[in-house]
Design a protein around this ligand. Structure first.
Ligand code: S3P
Ligand code: PEP
Length: 409
């Protein structure tokens, strides 16, 4: 299914949208719940990725397909490695079979795990024969994906002596590691993160409690982009959000000040308001700590006719698609002058925006959602629009609620 977006007015009505729980927080809590029990979780993400993870944790099948869900693939690899007397084959979509996992597999093997590659060395599918992991220290490269480190942290307290992890090199996507440690802390797992070393103490059972997942900040990014592209005065309220977030993507509230969007928090919601025209014509920002909002920001800059230099993007090459190449291809079709390196993106300012372009989404939910706000500037079509359910099930109906006119093709 493709979706055509046209004739969207830049004076959107004041609206309030409820967004479901953070995919990242939900996926962590589900693993912790399975390992330490006694936790109940509210406002769980309703994303495909979280459904895949939930299914994997409840099925007794020996073959589990995780689709496009990268975080679930990494977390479950560590989880199943610790499950005594159970062997599973963990596979995924074609793209998943090209997303590297060797760094995590090597670390788990160093801890005593039995994992083999079913097809290509270094990539899923994996055959995992669970056993008790006896080692308590491990070294791992920190600059490829923080998901490998979070995967180790989530099982760490279930190991007999806990775990000490030494991170090698520059650590990427750090807020996601901090989120993992913070959620672990909330259920009573003690840890220390100093320099390149993380130490986690063992825990037998978590304290019984209910944890409420904050709504997803990466999903909120698309509304920041919409408000930025609207007329001054436009206002959208999103629930359920809080000022002190565990999610690194909450840095949106600072970044979007450059585009004239002001953020204010209420007890359970955040309001985004376009208060002025955009500031300087160029945005320079390092997104190493918030890689998932890079696509949104690049498209906002294009829609506002701004130039930008985005850095710290090396992890984008191994996500749902090579997001740097995908952005370059699709923004070029829209009329942009853009170049990318292996870790950065450079967009020249221009007021030219082509009409009636069909945007390829490359099985990447964030390509579809990042480009949709351009409907405020021109008419466009989003190919394979259902891809959004990977992280945001109601994305298209929520856009309709705030006044977007959409036609299914
Ligand atoms: O741990 C997590 O929940 C995530 C970590 C990040 O990945 P990298 O550490 O690979 O950048 C992020 O891009 C992904 O969407 C979710
Ligand atoms: C990169 C993402 O997810 P994952 O790595 O979990 O597939 C994402 O949601 O943008």
């Amino acid at each position: 299914m493709n979706i055509r977006i046209e004739g969207v007015t830049k004076k959107l009505i004041k609206e309030s949208i409820f967004i479901s729980g953070s995919k990242s927080e939900s996926n962590r809590l589900l693993i912790l719940q399975k390992l330490f029990s006694e936790l109940s979780i509210e406002n769980l993400s309703d994303s495909d990725d979280t459904h895949h993870l939930q299914h994997a944790l409840t099925t007794s099948d020996s073959e589990i397909n995780i689709g496009h869900a990268g975080t679930a693939m990494r977390f479950l690899t560590a989880f199943f490695a610790t499950q005594n007397n159970r062997t599973v084959v963990l596979s995924g979509s074609d793209r998943m079979h090209n997303r590297p996992i060797q760094i995590l597999v090597n670390a788990l093997r160093d801890l005593g795990a039995e994992i083999s590659y079913v097809e290509k060395e270094g990539y899923p599918p994996l055959k995992i024969s669970g056993k008790e992991l006896t080692q308590d220290t491990v070294k791992i490269n920190g600059n490829v994906s923080s998901q490998y480190i979070s995967a180790l942290l989530l099982i760490a307290a279930s190991l007999p002596k806990g775990l000490t992890i030494e991170l090698i090199g520059k650590i990427t996507s750090i807020p996601y590691i901090e989120m993992t440690l913070s959620l672990m802390d909330q259920i009573g797992i003690k840890s220390q993160f100093e320099g390149q070393i993380i130490k986690v103490a063992p825990l037998k059972e978590a304290k019984a409690q209910t944890l409420v997942v904050e709504s997803d900040w990466s999903s909120a990014s698309y509304f920041y982009s919409i408000v930025a592209l609207c007329d001054v005065g436009t206002e959208i309220t999103l629930t359920a959000y809080k000022k002190e977030s565990l999610q690194g993507d909450s840095v949106l509230s600072e970044i979007y000040e450059h585009f004239g969007v002001e953020t204010s928090f209420d007890s359970n919601s955040v309001t985004l308001k376009k208060v002025s025209e955009r500031g300087e014509n160029t945005l320079e920002v390092d997104l190493n700590k918030a890689p998932d909002i890079a696509q949104t920001i690049a498209v906002t800059c294009f829609g506002l006719g701004m130039s930008c230099n985005l850095f710290g993007l090396h992890t984008l090459k191994i996500k749902e698609t090579d997001r740097l190449e995908a952005l370059k291809a699709e923004l070029t079709k829209m009329g942009a002058d853009i170049s990318v390196t292996d870790h950065s993106l450079h967009l020249q300012s221009s007021t030219k925006i082509n009409a009636d372009v069909a945007i390829e989404t490359y099985n990447d939910h964030r390509m579809a959602m990042a480009f949709a706000p351009l409907g405020l500037r021109t008419s466009l079509e989003v190919i394979d629009a259902k891809v959004v359910t990977k992280s945001y099930r109601n994305f298209w109906s929520d856009l309709q609620q705030i006044g977007f006119q959409l036609t299914e093709k």
